[in-house]
Write a protein that binds this ligand. Structure first.
Ligand code: 4NP
Length: 155
């Protein structure tokens, strides 16, 4: 079973959204996957996702209300096969915690897993408005769908 961890800064907007969408698609597609998320910062540990992220996801049929924020830990390098970061700052921060090449190779920009080589980031909606939250939802949902399509075709 593949184990994947999504990482952003606060673990209250982008990475719990990716986790919740992937859990939703996992159920829908009957997949074997371990999915989790974490933040590189500790600002929001134990908090539910941002109310705006929860509300927007709910509007789109995805329930994030049970998720709680946690901080990324170095033990996550052993606990997961893939560590998908949302932007280049998080990439730099997570890579700086990796002890060796094997751990470094687990880390990549999430959008590079489905749009290889483009180095696209999932923009942070935290200081944005409703449209930014909707745009991030659509971007992450499409990427998660593509990810699952690719899983199917590689099996
Ligand atoms: P996230 O968004 O990294 O997608 O969870 C943010 C959440 C909180 C903060 C920044 C970004 N913050 O500065 O508290």
């Amino acid at each position: 079973m593949q184990k994947i961890l999504f990482v952003c800064l606060g673990n209250i907007c982008r990475s719990p959204l990716a986790e919740g969408i992937m859990l939703h698609l996992k159920q829908k597609n009957n997949l074997q996957l371990k999915i989790d998320s974490a933040g590189t910062a500790n600002y929001h540990v134990n908090e539910a996702p941002d109310p705006r992220t929860i509300a927007n996801a709910k509007k789109n049929g995805v329930d994030l209300s049970a998720l709680r924020a946690r901080q990324f830990q170095v033990t996550d390098f052993d606990g997961f096969d893939k560590i998908y970061v949302m932007d280049k700052n998080n990439l730099k921060n997570v890579l700086s915690l990796a002890k060796d090449q094997k751990h470094k190779e687990k880390v990549s920009l999430f959008l590079n897993s489905v749009y290889p080589g483009k180095d696209l980031e999932v923009p942070d909606p935290y200081y944005g408005n409703e449209k930014e939250f909707e745009d991030v939802f659509q971007l992450v949902y499409k990427a998660c769908e593509l990810y699952i399509t690719n899983l199917h075709s590689s099996n």
